[in-house]
Every structure is written in C-alpha cells, then in structure tokens.
Write a protein that binds this ligand. Structure first.
Ligand code: BT5
Length: 250
C-alpha cells in the first residue's frame, strides 16, 4: 500500500497551489508533496473558474498523489478528500458540514470549501493533484458571494487560524487515502460519502453536465464515484461530471 506521508512546502503567495504542485510533480516530486500558500493570486476552480483566495483568509493547499490503483476509480479521490475535510472540520472546529457531489463542502447549503482534482503527466507516470480551498475567515470571498458562500468564522463565531487546520486535515486525508487503497476501498469510500452527504440520496437536483441539464432524484453513487440520478420518467442516469444544484420545493 502507498502510505501517504505529507511533505509540506509553504509559500506566502502563489498564483495557484495546484499549478505549483503540478509543476513539481512534472519534475518528479513524490507522492505526499503538499504545497500550501498564504494567498493565491490566480486560484482556480473547475472549468477555469476562479477561486477567491485572499491573504491569510483561507487554507489553500494541494497534494501530489501517485495512486497505484486502477484509474477507473481515480474520480473517488475528490470524494475521498471531501470526506477528509468533513471529518477534520468536525474534529478541529466541531463544525457539521455536508458534502455536495462532486466537490463541495457546504454548511446550510452555502459553500465553505471547494476541491479541484487534476491529472498531470510526469516522467514517472500520471499523477493526481488534489487542491483544497477552505474559507476560514469571513473575508475569504467577496460580498457578492455571501448568498452562496460561507466561512468557518461565520459558522462557528470562533477565530480559527488556517495553519491549525492543516495537520488534522492531512491526518484525516492520510487515513481515507489508505482506506481507498484496501480491497473494496472504492465501495468503502462510496459508503462513507453516502453516510455524510445529504445529496447522495433522495434529493431533488438539477444537474448540468456541460452538455445539457436534467432534473431528478439522486439515487446513490456508483463504485467509481459517478452520481446516479433518477429522472421523472424513472430512468437512472449516471453522471460522471457536472454541477449539481438543489431544486427547492415551490
Ligand atoms: C471548486 O471549483 O470549488 C474548486 C476550488 C478549489 C480551490 C483550491 S484552493 C487550492 C487549490 N489551488 C487552486 O488553484 N485551486 C485549488 P468549482 O466547483 O468550479 O467552483 C468554483 C465557483 O465557486 C466559482 O465560480 C465561484 O462561484 C465560487 N467561489 C469562488 N471562490 C469561492 C470561495 N472562496 N468560497 C466559496 N465559493 C467560491
């Protein structure tokens, strides 16, 4: 089994920790490299979206992974990271959060954390960069996102420093990464996500997969992390990537 042993590299400021980690992976950095920045000047979400990352307001970091298991289940790395974040926030801040497939951590439907997993080709094989951004302070996003975003400080009304969160998070990350590598690890991670996510089952959602939209009820996850959605016509659709939004009863 590949044991996850974090080796931490800290920067005051970077364009994006994912870009820096990918660059170092391409140069041969080992599994476990963890790039942390005090701010990101070009923090990224999925599909080239922006991730607001003001100075000392959030925890911004990326880890290099070189998984030995089959690529079919690599999409589970995003969900595994979500479980790690959820567990660490509960342990370190007593904060209950929800996981929204595929990459969001929410509190009362507002986004507290986003995860961005990307693959990168390197001389020693394909690697995965898992980037995690957590809003720690109230000022970690602009006011116009207040309706959809939140922070640890807002939710707990306590002062937490980003640096204090990193260790519990990496411990939890390491534990779940090991789980994923054991026999049946994919099913275990899926089970853990389903137990921690109100979105995994029986939630009416709108899904935009980039090619079109559909509305239906969530019906759990496949063993590769795809989301199952039952349409109003009773057909089960398997969603590999996309944006999920809650459909509120009118
Ligand atoms: C994500 O994308 O949620 C992935 C975010 C990953 C950020 C980490 S920070 C460390 C590492 N280095 C990087 O450069 N990135 C990773 P997505 O699901 O596409 O959501 C992006 C959307 O979230 C944006 O379009 C905004 O609407 C919203 N958003 C941006 N900044 C936010 C923030 N700080 N808090 C809450 N929502 C935000």
């Amino acid at each position: 089994m590949e044991k996850f042993t974090p080796q931490i590299l800290r920067f005051d400021s970077l364009p994006s920790t994912n870009i820096e980690a990918a660059r170092r992976a391409a140069e041969g950095a080992a599994d476990g490299l963890c790039v942390v920045a005090g701010e990101q000047t070009a923090g990224r979400g999925r599909l080239q979206r922006q991730w607001f990352s003001p100075k000392d307001a959030g925890l911004y970091f990326s880890v290099v992974l070189r998984p030995k298991f089959e690529q079919r289940i690599w999409p589970l790395l995003t969900l595994m990271a979500a479980i790690a974040v959820r567990d660490a926030l509960l342990e370190a801040c007593a904060l209950e959060t929800d996981i929204k497939w595929p990459n969001d951590i929410l509190v009362n439907e507002k986004k507290l954390c986003g995860i961005l997993a990307e693959t990168v080709e390197t001389t020693s094989g394909r690697a995965v960069i898992v980037g995690i951004g957590i809003n720690v302070k109230r000022n970690s996003f602009p006011v116009d996102l207040e309706g959809v975003a939140t922070s640890i400080e807002t939710e707990t009304e306590k002062t937490v420093e980003s640096a204090e969160l990193l260790e519990p998070l990496l411990n939890s990350f390491s534990k779940h990464y090991e789980t994923l590598q054991l026999a049946g690890g994919d099913e275990n991670i899926v089970r853990e996500v389903c137990a921690r996510s109100s979105y995994a089952n029986s939630k009416r959602v709108r899904v935009d997969d980039g090619e079109g939209e559909l509305v239906g009820m969530t019906r759990g996850l496949e063993s590769d992390g795809s989301l199952r959605v039952e349409t109003d016509g009773g057909e089960i659709r398997t969603i590999r990537t996309g944006d999920v939004t809650l459909v509120r009863a009118s």
